[in-house]
Design a binder for this molecule. Structure first.
Ligand code: ADP
Length: 550
């Protein structure tokens, strides 16, 4: 139990405003203290204090109530019963005020009034007003007379009591509402946090379960997070440990599996520089049995303002695919090589036969068909060989000074018969001469591929246009058609080997999907770039830029 000697007026105030039931002992003791103080001051001041009669009865009532407040376990009785105490206090005050010499103790009505408001809410204000009127105001007017001062005092004391009780009742109601709202918000927040944690656990489980290495980098290239699969790749690539920063070199090699990547070439460094890419092939590890080929994709993470916040990278294990492709390339190269020799001989003999003047009727036409198909087969074989060779390493170039305008013109005009029979207009927009140093045979192959594609993928009545010009540093070749166009989803994969669009397959347009990958290898071997712009149903433009080395 609390030591009553320790009570201070501030405790009484706290007992009123804290939530929960007010402490009856504290409030009653504070009330008794002020009543006793009133008596003490008056007896010291005038020496003539009425301790008998009504005022004395009031004092005794106050003291008895205080003893009851301290001894009775109010908290165990019926809730609200404790409100009897402030009502009795109001009665005691009524008696104290009946002192004919006058007493200012009436102001103390504030304490029981606040107590009632605190205990019973707005009902407490009604109880306080009724109690003050019946037990304080009326008795004083009856006993001390109805002079205007007494009436005014009775009125004021009632107003003060009602006002105080109402003020605290409303104040506490508001505190309760705010507390309830805060508790509700707290509950909602806790629920939301619970849900977020659940999602985080689920996301982490998925993050770790997928068979793809995943890495999150911050804007400075520091590793924010990576999953278990990626930890295995890191182990192979950096057996001596990883610092958790983009651009660290280790046992990380280019797609050829032999050239080590420099710091700026690592996928993490490129992603930290804001680059986004797909299918960047690398090898990690040295052991030929154990090393892995990875296909890496990167996406930038951007804030609401578009600012670079970091990057996410996905590392897919494509070792088996790469090994299968290497075996397939070797096989294709071998078979193509074996086919080329007899086929070249067939094409040669057919040409010799075509030159004979004594051919029977109709045979010349049949030989033409044999010749055309033999050349088609030769071209296919040469594409397969080129593609296998380009996959194994950079295209070997023989750069010589040449007139590029003539090279492009010859390559484009070779497609003229095909364009004519497809009902297409072939327009050439070339300068008379454009001297530069390139591998003419290879550049002709690029133009040949682009123009024959334009012819293949443009319906009759359309136009294919070949343009060539130069700026101070580059030559530019553009092949534009009014054909079927290329869907945006296909554009990224257009230059990969054996890619054919669904549309090309559906329309049964001949091809194996090697022309553009060969073209890109040749252009990149020259240090140039090849790009495409296209709109489905409107047409496409393939642009090649080669550095001008005159
Ligand atoms: P191929 O023509 O033998 O299929 P390519 O590598 O030359 O192989 O082209 C790859 C794919 O790109 C084609 O299958 C086709 O879907 C698309 N393509 C190429 N050029 C064009 C073009 N000018 N217009 C529309 N689609 C094209």
């Amino acid at each position: 139990m609390r030591d009553l000697d320790d009570l201070r007026p501030a405790d009484a105030v706290r007992a009123l405003v804290v939530t929960g039931d007010p402490d009856a002992r504290v409030l009653q003791t504070a009330f008794a203290f002020f009543v006793a103080t009133d008596f003490a001051i008056r007896s010291v001041g005038s020496g003539d204090v009425e301790l008998t009669g009504w005022p004395g009865a009031g004092l005794v009532l106050t003291l008895v109530t205080t003893v009851l407040a301290v001894l009775v376990p109010w908290e165990r009785l019926r809730p609200g019963l404790v409100a009897v105490l402030p009502v009795v206090d109001i009665a005691a005050l009524g008696a104290v005020r009946l002192d004919p010499e006058g007493s200012a103790a009436g102001i103390l009505v504030v304490i029981p009034a606040l107590w009632l408001g605190r205990q019973l809410g707005r009902r407490g204000a009604v109880v306080a007003v009724v109690a003050v009127v019946l037990l304080t105001a009326l008795p004083s007017m009856i006993v001390l007379g109805e002079d205007p001062l007494a009436v005014s005092r009775a009125l004021l004391i009632t107003v003060v009591a009602g006002w105080s009780a109402l003020a605290i009742a409303y104040g506490l109601e508001r505190i309760r509402c705010e507390r309830d709202a805060a508790e509700q918000r707290g509950r909602e927040l806790a629920e939301a946090l619970g849900r977020i944690e659940e999602h985080q656990r689920a996301a982490q489980a998925i993050f770790d379960a997928v068979d793809v290495g995943l890495v999150l980098l911050d804007r400075d290239g520091a590793y924010r997070d990576f999953n278990r699969r990626h930890a295995e790749f890191l182990q192979r690539a950096y057996p001596d440990g990883h610092q958790g920063l983009a651009g660290q070199t280790g046992l990380v090699y280019d797609a050829d599996g032999a050239t080590p990547l420099t710091p700026v070439e690592t996928p993490t460094a490129r992603a930290t520089a804001g680059e986004e890419f797909e299918d960047c092939r690398i090898w990690v590890g040295q052991d030929p049995i154990d090393r892995r080929a990875l296909s890496v994709s990167a996406r930038s993470l951007r804030g609401t303002e578009g600012t670079f916040e970091g990057a996410a990278l996905a590392y897919k294990d494509v070792t088996e695919l790469m090994r299968a492709m290497a075996i397939k390339d070797d096989f294709v190269a071998m078979v193509s090589h074996e086919l080329r020799t007899p086929l070249t001989s067939i094409a040669g003999y057919v040409e010799m036969l075509q030159d004979r003047p004594d051919l029977p009727d109709g045979v010349a036409g049949q030989l033409q068909v044999v010749d055309r198909n033999a050349h088609r087969l030769l071209r296919l074989i040469s594409d397969l060989l080129d593609s296998a060779q380009h996959a194994a390493g950079p295209v070997p170039l023989v750069r010589r000074p040449c007139d590029l305008a003539a090279v492009v013109r010859d390559a484009a005009e070779a497609a003229a018969p095909a364009a004519r029979s497809a009902g297409l207009a072939l327009e050439l927009d070339l300068p008379d001469e454009l001297p530069c140093v390139v591998d003419a045979f290879r550049v002709a192959q690029v133009v040949d591929n682009l123009v024959s594609n334009a012819v293949k993928y443009t319906p009759g009545g359309g136009t294919v246009r070949v343009h060539l010009d130069a700026d101070p540093t580059h030559v530019r070749i553009a092949v534009t058609d009014t054909g079927v166009g290329i869907a945006p989803a296909d554009r990224d994969r257009l230059f990969t080997r054996f890619f054919r669009s669904r549309d090309a397959e559906d329309r049964s347009i001949q091809g194996v999907g090697l022309g553009l990958s060969i073209a890109r290898s040749i252009v990149e071997a020259h240090g140039g770039r090849i790009e495409v712009e296209s709109q489905v149903g409107v047409g496409s433009t393939f642009r090649v830029r080669l550095p001008l080395a005159t």
